[in-house]
Write a protein that binds this ligand. Structure first.
Ligand code: PMP
Length: 420
């Protein structure tokens, strides 16, 4: 593209540097792309310099959505800068063959970075799949047990319940404990659980996104040959986890580690190869592992985005550092709720409150619509609780900056002062 054409109406925000088209960063001093203004700028700073200038630009909202959720701004900007021409390849990651060397380097780096983040040992396979976590509700029983086999489900929220219901089609699952009658506010003591000594696996949802109940410790299956399986969709990579406690972990990417369309499965290799006969080829972990997640065309761009997030988490100092930040954010929000003298209330037992999803109600529930409207005016969006529980829910995943939580807390105090 000739440089002069950048001045044409509707020209894309591109600058030509050394044969490489670089999308310019929408920093606050520069009109952003959504404002449809054009500008000229000299391009002496490297893209990386510009990527590190800011933590949150003026034209973005604080997005408290449960997923798809906010992504790290520097990751989005890096993806933007590489969108048009990835590393001088002359094409976007979206246009690459999934079997070419460039995409292979992307998926291999994503896997290596995830392995070092979570300290995943060699005897576990890492799979980048499609179909969301919901598909894993079926893939888990199809791969880990025969049709008549018994398995246990510990149900602390509606995702665990959905996983149980799906498993009924493929094996013989039993709910060994459910918090449904109490409206899912706690995790039971593990001592009293009536675990089946023959269960092939024990399934938990490590963080129930809707109710905000998070396991802080994990139960051990009673069957010495059974394994613990966890749906970690909404707290994946939010803190260090000892993967060796689990036979299998799965997580949809769209909360903490990327866009929707990618689901990550971490599975102990000795569990592979026993899929039920009816298992679709696309759900057979052994086939997927033998082909390094490339049995068919994988969600290439989503995997690339996850890779950028993993790289960013490593740069932040790994999951110990990430957890500290998450504890700080959640701490100030739960404190604000608990110190509101009942104006706001979080129903979840304190010991298992989620660091990721903070549900709360307003004592004067009739103020809910106004709360949401006023918050939106302040550029804080998606605070409405899940339709099945009502109230509010602030999802404060890794990528939610501390400033976003501080702003929400200040807003909540102000709202209370006006309406108490
Ligand atoms: N499990 C949990 C804990 C979730 O939060 C979700 C999605 N919100 C799912 C499973 C379903 O994920 P997906 O939409 O990717 O199938």
């Amino acid at each position: 593209m000739a440089a002069t054409s950048l001045n044409a109406p509707n020209a894309p925000l591109l600058q030509k540097t050394h044969q490489t088209h670089v999308f310019l960063k929408p920093i606050s001093t520069i009109p952003c792309q959504t404002s449809a203004k054009r500008f000229s700028i000299s391009c002496s700073a490297t893209t990386q310099d510009r990527l590190s200038v800011q933590s949150q630009s003026q034209d973005r909202v604080f997005n408290f959505a449960a997923g798809p959720a906010t992504l790290p701004e520097n990751v989005l900007l890096k993806a933007q800068s590489e969108l048009y021409n990835w590393h001088g390849s002359g094409m976007s990651v979206m246009e690459m063959s999934h079997r070419g060397k460039d995409f292979r380097s992307i998926i291999e780096k994503a896997e290596a970075d995830l392995r070092s983040l979570l300290n995943i040992p060699e005897n576990y396979a890492v799979l980048f799949l499609q179909g969301g976590a919901t598909t894993q509700f079926a893939a888990v029983p199809l791969n880990l047990c025969a049709p008549g086999d018994s398995v246990d489900y510990l149900v602390t929220g509606s995702w665990g319940d959905k996983a149980f219901k799906e498993a009924k089609k493929y094996c013989n699952p039993k709910v060994i404990w459910s918090g449904k009658s109490e409206n899912y506010v706690r995790v039971p003591s593990f001592d009293g659980l009536e675990l089946n000594p023959n269960a092939k696996y024990l399934h938990i949802c490590a963080n129930e996104t809707i109710y905000g109940v998070e396991f802080k410790d994990y139960p051990v299956p009673r069957n010495p040959n059974g394994v613990l399986v966890a749906d970690m969709s909404s707290n994946f990579c939010s803190k260090p986890v000892d993967v060796t406690k689990f036979g299998l972990v799965y997580a949809g990417a769209q909360k903490n580690v990327g866009p929707s369309g990618v689901c990550i499965v971490i599975v102990r290799k000795d569990l592979l190869g026993n899929a039920q006969e009816i298992t679709p080829v696309m759900l057979d972990y052994k086939i997927l592992a033998d082909n390094n997640s490339l049995y068919n065309t994988p969600p290439c761009y989503g995997i690339y985005m996850c890779g950028l997030v993993f790289e960013d988490l490593l740069k932040q100092g790994g999951l110990e550092e990430v957890e500290k930040k998450n504890q700080k954010k959640a701490g100030i929000l739960y404190n604000a709720i608990d110190e509101s003298k009942g104006f706001y209330r979080c129903p979840v037992e304190k010991s298992v409150r989620s660091l990721m999803n903070v549900p709360f109600t307003l004592e004067k529930s009739e103020l809910g619509a106004e709360f949401l409207k006023e918050a939106e005016k302040e550029k804080m969006v998606q605070l409405k609780g899940h339709r099945s529980v009502g109230g509010m829910r602030a999802s404060i995943y890794n990528a939610m900056p501390l400033a976003g939580v501080e702003k929400l807390v200040a807003f909540m105090k102000d709202f209370q002062a006006k309406h108490a």
